[in-house]
Design a protein around this ligand. Structure first.
Ligand code: ZN
Length: 183
């Protein structure tokens, strides 16, 4: 089976907005390279991003209001804008699998492993890795395509995913080869 690229939460809110910063901006060019490699080979590119319901979602108790569905902050950053043929799903929890239809989509596309990219490593990436592992997917994490708010959180989370979910930690070069394999 072929790999799918998941691009998680690379929206304005988490890259250039209130909850963004240099940690997220640093991975944009690396993710862009993977998106381009996947498109060239026909590997699926799936964007799964926060789109919260104002006044409903209890995540606001932890983070304050953010990435409200339909707002500009919930749009992808322009450099990683989806193209025709890419897939776009919306989430209201940390995991890209929770109530999004992602599992059904990946099974219809007949893909495995899933390559996880985006922010934050120790929150949405790690929860997505857990759900992918629970569902039997191989998990690949190019470490220069994910980031956390601190180097400590980044390293702790990567080690946790490797140990608990058998995640393969690679760099963007290896992931580019994996996604670029002809289908
Ligand atoms: Zn959120």
């Amino acid at each position: 089976m072929n790999a799918a690229l998941l691009v998680i939460d690379m929206i304005k809110e988490f890259v250039t907005g209130r909850l963004g910063g240099a940690h997220a901006q640093a991975v944009v060019p690396n993710i862009k390279r993977l998106i381009e490699a996947a498109r060239r080979s026909g590997s699926p590119v799936v964007y799964v991003t926060d789109a919260h319901l104002e006044g409903v979602d209890h995540e606001f108790d932890v983070w304050g209001s953010h990435a409200v569905a339909g707002s500009d902050e919930a749009e992808m950053v322009p450099m990683l804008a989806p193209a025709e043929g890419d897939h776009r799903l919306y989430k209201r929890r940390y995991s890209a699998f929770y109530a999004t239809g992602l599992d059904a989509l990946l099974r219809e596309l007949k893909v495995d492993p899933v390559v996880l990219t985006g922010v934050l490593t120790n929150i949405c990436i790690q929860h997505t890795a857990a759900d992918a592992y629970f569902r039997g997917y191989r998990v690949v994490v190019p470490t220069d395509c994910v980031n956390a708010l601190t180097p400590e959180e980044q390293e702790t989370s990567l080690a946790f995913m490797r140990r608990m979910y058998d995640a393969e930690l690679t760099d963007s070069g290896e992931a580019e080869e994996l996604l670029g394999e002809p289908r």
